[in-house]
Design a protein around this ligand. Structure first.
Ligand code: NAP
Length: 276
């Protein structure tokens, strides 16, 4: 169970709601969570659903908080952080950013160098409780701060730490953008099944259950993905015939190129968002 007296959310949108729901399910009392959001309607919805505390504004949410989660859109991060700076300097909470593409250096510039800041990169499935989150913190953030950030993100996702911040671009390219790659592959599989005569709903169901089943098999097994693939591929069989086509078309190289393109784009966007 997460042990924190007061956890503040700045921004109470989709990601904040997912985290709040996950934390409460894990036993964090809702009265220890305080939320500020510029949309009164959004805030009302959160208070009604989760019985969290309502803050009049961002600064009062952060007052006395042990940790502050920044959950506004990336474009809003700079003004929000600069306005919060005096309160954060006073209370020195652990600051956790979930904003895509905002570099740690930008956050440190906005809050000052002595504030412990953890940058995280969750993904869209986190909203359904099945996310994957990359976390980065510089050496100055102690073990307790790291553990707290990790346990908060773990309420809705698997968590992995990266050692170098540049690796967050790769995290973005893999787990951030990754759901779309799998959707594309599933779309193609579903379309192929339909073209070969299966009704659309049947094609859809088979595709979804197969993707889910394969992911579950891989999650539950200690074997590598290559071993699992070999285990389900008999020599001269149907799977082998299909894999020969996929390999022959250069699927691995295509995926490597695609991930490299997303990685590059993530670095470009970080440079754009993280300006002074
Ligand atoms: N959703 C995802 O799948 C996902 C995945 C990875 C990372 N993230 C990151 O999570 C962060 C939040 O995303 P989201 O999807 O939760 O966005 P969202 O639903 O738009 O939530 C942001 C909330 O912040 C409010 N807000 C705007 N300006 C504010 C201010 N100055 N002070 C306080 N609150 C303010 C917004 O109100 P208004 O609507 O009135 O503007 C909105 O309710 C983003 O930085 C994003 O990069 C999201």
């Amino acid at each position: 169970m997460i042990d924190i007296r007061r956890l503040a959310f700045i921004g109470g949108g989709n990601m904040a709601a997912a985290l709040i729901g996950g934390l409460i399910r894990q036993g964090l009392p809702s009265g220890r969570i305080v939320v500020a959001d510029s949309s009164a309607e959004q805030l009302e919805r959160l208070v009604r659903t989760y019985r969290v505390l309502r803050a009049a504004d961002n600064a009062s949410a952060a007052a006395g908080a042990e940790a502050v989660i920044l959950a506004v859109k990336p474009q809003q991060m700079r003004p929000v952080c600069l306005a919060l700076k005096p309160r954060v300097e006073e209370a020195k909470p652990l600051v956790i950013s979930v904003a895509a593409g905002i570099p740690h250096a930008a956050l440190a510039r906005w809050f000052g160098p002595h504030i412990p800041i953890v940058r995280t990169m969750p993904n869209r499935p986190a909203l359904n409780g099945f996310g994957a989150t990359g976390l980065y913190a510089p050496p100055g953030v102690g073990a307790a701060g790291r553990a707290l950030a990790e346990s908060i993100m773990a309420a809705v996702s698997a968590t992995v730490w990266v050692e170098h911040e540049s690796q967050m671009d790769t995290v973005t390219a893999v787990s951030g953008s990754g759901p779309a790659y799998f959707f594309l592959f599933m779309e193609a599989l579903e379309a192929a099944a339909h073209e070969r005569g299966l009704p659309r709903e049947v094609a859809h169901r088979l595709t979804l259950e197969t993707a889910f089943g394969a992911a579950q098999m891989a999650r539950q097994s200690a074997d590598s993905l290559a071993t699992l693939r070999e285990q389900v591929t008999s020599k001269g069989g149907t799977t082998a015939a299909a894999l020969e086509v996929l390999n022959g078309a250069g699927l691995r190289a295509i995926v490597a190129h695609a991930v490299a393109a997303a990685d590059r784009r993530s670095a470009e966007l970080a440079a754009e968002f993280g300006g002074p």
